[in-house]
Design a protein around this ligand. Structure first.
Ligand code: GAR
Length: 219
């Protein structure tokens, strides 16, 4: 892809991830534009952030569909209208069953080191609580291409965070989210520069003018 990546952002909540993307675009460090925002909840604060940024926003409420297949079809209908290069899940709490044409064109960020502490029911603060309850010493965040399972698919970048004695889900979330704000723009930039290659179920990062600071499969 040459130039800016056209992004579609899927969200369900406060939209801090969307805001980070908008801020990076605004300060010229992310070669992208937010073509559309789709929320699965009509009360998501992310919709207000989209409106403030002048990005078209749509609600496709998960409550109004019989199952994920029906809901996903409605989401795809909206996405197709905007022709995104990349779909970015940003705190999106639904399963998206996407058509084949979107394969390896949808990213998600998860607040733990996949394949640990992820999957159905382990999102947001629940993932951080599970990390603390288990007693692991290191956690972090993972950006990955999405397949048809929760928090699953080829890993693009990961960043690590030490778990401190006395951490709560809140204190840990704060430090992991600081790393997310670095990892997601880096992954999107790599996509925009055509540097992500998926082969045999894993993702390779091709060398380029800059090197991601996040751990990645750079050769
Ligand atoms: C982020 O911490 C992200 O990792 C998490 O939601 C938060 C973003 O919410 N996503 C997941 O847990 C997905 N499995 P926000 O952008 O609405 O503030």
């Amino acid at each position: 892809m040459s130039g800016k990546a056209r992004l579609a952002v899927l969200l369900s909540g406060s939209g801090t991830t969307l805001q980070n993307i908008l801020d990076r675009i605004g300060n010229g460090t992310l070669p992208a534009e937010v073509a559309v925002v789709v929320s699965s909840r009509k009360d998501a604060y992310g919709l207000i952030r989209a409106e403030k940024a002048g990005a078209p926003a749509h609600v496709v409420s998960s409550r109004e569909y019989a199952d994920w297949d029906d809901h996903s079809r409605a989401v795809t209908e909206v996405l197709d209208r905007y022709g995104p290069d990349l779909v970015v899940m940003a705190g999106y709490m639904c399963l998206y069953r996407f058509p084949a044409r979107y394969e390896h064109r949808i990213m998600n960020i998860h607040p733990a080191l996949i394949p640990a502490f992820c999957g159905k029911g382990l999102y947001g603060h629940l993932a951080h609580k599970a990390v603390i309850d288990y007693g692991v010493r290191v956690t972090g965040c993972t950006v990955h291409f999405v397949d048809n399972e929760y928090d699953h698919g080829p890993i693009i970048l990961q960043r690590t965070v030490a778990v401190r004695a006395g951490d709560t889900a809140d204190t840990l979330a704060e430090r992991v989210q600081a790393e997310e704000r670095i990892a997601y723009p880096e992954a999107i930039r790599l996509f925009a520069e055509d540097r992500l290659i998926v082969e045999g179920g894993t993702c390779k990062v091709l060398p380029g003018d800059w090197t991601p600071t996040s751990a990645c499969g750079l050769e």
